[in-house]
Design a protein around this ligand. Structure first.
Ligand code: GDP
Ligand code: CA
Length: 317
């Protein structure tokens, strides 16, 4: 459907997203579809307690991207960041393996205090988004404790220990989500999915960014029972991750890095997969999933918006 027709009908979009890769795409979708139409369900499996603070790296990547505060060159965190607090932590022999900048710390202080006072993560996130001028709806997948663990030949690690402290060097044999049985969707998540005219899966890591969201039973069920199209964007270009371990994980856990292997992570959950031109020569194994071939590298604002336009074009007229 064209942009004009979409605006006319005020189509609602729900996006499931991880952190940095997802945030880039979310920003493109918000640019094209508008903030009022867009709800984002963010991963909390990466959340971590550092120095007594509750850090939600994926929610924060989305917040910073939508607020225009992200450091696009570094690829994570805030632009204009300084590191004085962390330097002091190091000098004092404190825990400094997880990079928290001074500007970023301010947000974690506010969030942590609110959580200690009993406010749910979803309510704090809404408040932070409002204060940062983010008009799109950003919801954590769940307010409950859900944590990603990686089983590797070197042992079993919590997500950030594997990803940051060990530089995701260990091959992954299995991914587990602590708390998945009890986790309920955060308020607003099922409504956002039910109200959506189109559901999108951002080009995020299937195993450690989107799987933790889909591990919340009711979210997965809502996608399985959807009456509207669900379109995923592949995080691979030419069989390689733009950044991070998605390609290695797919190779080891799914047996390959073709579009079919990516689609295989979302059985019964997606109707189409946006794949890069560099992957268009091997579309076997997609089954019922329709390939949408385009250039998927989000190198700048124009590229982000172009990719969003293609994904949004999957809404039937
Ligand atoms: P994280 O939570 O910060 O690790 O971020 P995500 O899981 O949301 O995104 C990581 C994924 O984004 C990686 O697998 C990258 O390959 C993918 N990615 C990053 N930039 C791009 C891009 O420009 N195009 C595509 N197609 N994928 C991208
Ligand atoms: Ca993440």
């Amino acid at each position: 459907m064209s942009r004009a027709a979409r605006t006319e009908r005020r189509l609602n979009i729900a996006i499931l997203s991880g952190g940095v890769g997802g945030a880039r795409f979310v920003r493109g979708v918000v640019d094209v579809a508008g903030s009022a139409a867009t709800s984002v369900v963010g991963n909390v499996g990466d959340d971590v307690e550092v120095l007594g603070l509750h850090v939600s790296p994926d929610l924060d990547s989305i917040l910073y991207a939508l607020a225009g505060l992200a450091d696009e060159k570094r690829g994570w965190g805030r632009s204009g960041e300084t590191w004085h607090a962390l330097e002091t932590v190091g000098e004092l022999g404190g825990e400094n393996w997880f990079a928290l900048g001074d500007l970023d710390l301010g947000l974690h202080l506010v969030r942590t205090q609110a959580l200690w006072a009993g406010e749910p993560l979803s309510a704090v996130t809404t408040r932070l988004a409002e204060r940062l001028g983010v008009a799109a709806r950003l919801l954590p997948a769940t307010d409950d404790r859900l944590r990603t663990w990686l089983e590797t030949p070197a042992g079993t690690f919590p997500f950030q220990e594997w990803f940051v402290a060990r530089g995701h060097r260990d091959e992954v044999d299995a991914v587990r989500f602590e708390g998945e049985e009890a986790a309920r969707p955060a308020p607003g998540v099922l409504e956002a999915i039910a109200d959506a005219d189109l559901i999108l899966l951002a080009p995020s890591n299937p195993y450690v960014s989107l799987a933790p969201i889909l591990a919340v039973r009711e979210i997965r069920d809502a996608l399985e029972l959807r009456r509207v199209p669900c379109v995923a964007v592949s995080p691979l270009i030419g069989g390689h991750a733009v950044k991070g371990p998605a390609d290695r994980m797919l190779q080891r856990l799914a047996g390959g890095t073709s579009p079919g292997h990516v689609a295989g992570r979302y059985p019964g959950l997606i109707d189409a997969l946006v794949v890069d031109e560099a992957d268009a020569d091997d579309l076997d194994g997609l089954g019922e999933v329709r390939p949408i071939v385009t250039s998927t590298l989000m190198s700048d604002g124009d590229a982000r918006r172009r990719l969003a336009e293609v994904a949004l074009g999957a809404v039937p007229a």
